[in-house]
Design a protein around this ligand. Structure first.
Ligand SMILES: Cc1cc2nc3c(=O)[nH]c(=O)nc-3n(C[C@H](O)[C@H](O)[C@H](O)COP(=O)(O)OP(=O)(O)OC[C@H]3O[C@@H](n4cnc5c(N)ncnc54)[C@H](O)[C@@H]3O)c2cc1C
Length: 467
């Protein structure tokens, strides 16, 4: 373990809560109740859905039930990349045609702007910096993937994306060994907790009823069951992402995949001088076990990666605590990227869960025969996608209840997508751990071989996992 590890706060939900006032708990549900729409889960998905529904139809009685507090899940722990990626786009192109997938991509591009503008309208100061996303390569194989990725994004209609060489990359961020990068303007850095708590406040001010400390144990048509009472509503919308497995009957629906992060101490002006990063781009790489990072508003680097990918039996972490080995591994990545930070203190480390469907495709769905809806399975790209999901669930509910017809959103290819469940244990655990062991080995082999071709093990892992 690193010498500075003793001073690292581990867990406490996430670093993003460290500089925030402790949220005042909202009252739990007090007995049976009824509503027009019941939303389960107080992350971005549930809150955006409540926001857009209430804005569209102020007369609707909307109740949101949250097991702990709004922002307890990934929405209060993520890397703050608000960007235009959506899990499953290529698969949707294969199934519904390229044009349909291009419409989905265009909707995602617009979603980044939608979040930025709505936060401004609602007076939510989430440290948003609209500096785009920079994805870098530091091996020949990564460079080949980067170029292919860049071309693919252009083919999906991106016009302003730039392919940058080593020098142009260094002019933005000086990353050791970087040989190229791809930059898109469709991304922004955010402070995740400021967004989720601001959103909860805005939703409550609109008249949505939020009950916290209220775990839903079972969802069935027209019912959300909790230990404090049952909410009856014609529409019950499940927005529980990485925690979905804990609900009755949902054990194998979406796999809770871990992602872990560290945040450094605030860097000095001299340290920033060596690194650059004046554009505050969201930063990622083309490794198979990829990293993601941001320059925070208070001058730190927050960096994340996979860590231990999955806990046996679809378990989730204990309030964000992560393994010491994961903290060391993330620190190693940080120092590999920025060798001048070898002695930097890591102030905080944490982890969280994201939802992974068996085919790695995000969806927004409303079953019209039961009134049950859900959105998620975003894999690692949910900060912006949750907003598109919220607007889509709004349109689906309005369409089903006869208040509106089909819209541009209800006809997107990710709507009402169904997929089979994950395998039972121990196959699930073995499969996911095998997958990430293969990706790490492939990353190591690509680094040492200097080959420009993606390692065969990673290609095999992609095929077997259904990605
Ligand atoms: C460490 C980490 C880094 C990430 N980085 C990025 C990133 O930089 N960019 C990006 O696009 N995506 C990122 N993601 C993914 C992104 O954060 C999520 O996809 C997104 O926040 C999902 O929002 P959500 O509302 O669907 O789920 P969540 O935010 O997880 O919210 C679900 C909520 O439901 C509540 N809940 C669950 N079960 C119940 C129940 N039974 N009863 C009542 N309430 C319940 C939970 O307490 C939680 O508050 C990251 C995820 C993690 C974990």
């Amino acid at each position: 373990m690193n010498a500075s590890a003793a001073s690292t706060v581990n867990g406490g939900i996430s670093f993003w809560y460290a500089d925030q006032p402790t949220p005042t708990p909202r009252e739990p549900l007090a007995g049976d109740a009824s509503a027009d729409v019941c939303i389960v889960g107080g992350g971005y998905t549930g809150l955006w859905t409540a926001y857009y529904l209430k804005k569209a139809a102020p007369f609707l009685r909307i109740t949101l039930l949250e097991q702990k507090f709004c922002g307890y899940g990934a929405s209060g722990r993520n890397g703050g990349w608000l960007y235009n990626g959506i899990a499953g786009r290529d698969r949707y192109a294969a199934k519904h045609g390229k044009d349909a997938a291009m419409r989905l991509q265009e909707a995602m591009n617009a979603t980044v702007t939608e979040v930025v503008e709505t936060a401004a309208t609602e007076g939510i100061d989430a440290d948003i910096h609209h500096g785009g996303v920079l994805e870098v390569a530091y091996t020949p194989a990564q460079l080949s993937r980067l170029k292919a990725f860049h071309e693919a994004e252009l083919a999906y209609g991106e016009k302003d994306r730039l392919l940058l060489g080593a020098r142009e990359t260094a002019a933005r961020i000086r990353i050791a060994g970087a040989v190229g990068s791809s930059w898109t303007p469709h991304g922004a850095r955010i402070h995740p907790v400021k967004l989720v708590t601001g959103l909860a406040r805005a939703v409550e001010e609109l008249g949505v009823v939020i009950h916290e400390s209220t775990p839903v144990t079972e969802i069935r048509p027209k019912h959300a069951v909790t230990p404090y009472g049952t909410v009856r509503a014609p529409y019950v919308l499940r927005c529980t992402e990485g925690f979905t497995a804990a609900l009755k009957g949902e054990k194998r629906t979406w796999l809770p995949m871990n992602s872990s992060m560290i945040a450094t101490e605030p860097l000095t002006d001299a340290q920033w001088e060596r690194i650059g990063w004046a554009g505050r781009e969201a930063l990622g790489d083309m490794a198979h076990a990829y990293m993601y990072a941001q320059r925070t508003a208070d001058g730190r680097i927050a960096l994340g990666g996979r860590g231990v990918p999955y806990r046996f039996g679809s378990k989730t972490d204990n309030d964000g605590r992560t393994q010491p080995a994961t903290i060391d591994a993330l620190r190693e990545i940080l120092v590999r990227l920025f060798p001048s930070l070898a002695g930097v203190r890591i102030d905080h480390a944490w982890s969280g869960v994201l939802g992974v469907p068996r085919d790695w495709c995000a969806t927004a769905t409303l079953d019209r025969s039961t009134g049950l809806g859900w959105a998620g399975g975003y894999v690692g790209s949910g900060v912006a996608t949750a907003n598109l999901a919220g607007r889509t669930l709004r349109d689906l509910v309005q369409q089903d209840s006869g208040q509106a017809g089909p819209t541009d959103l209800t006809t997107l290819p990710w709507v009402n997508h169904k997929v089979r469940k994950w395998e039972p244990e121990p196959a699930r655990w073995l499969g996911v751990h095998g997958l990430y062991a293969a990706y790490r080995t492939a990353d190591r082999r690509e680094t040492s071989s200097h080959s420009a071709t993606t390692d065969g093990l990673a290609r095999l892992a992609d095929r077997l996992s259904g990605r």
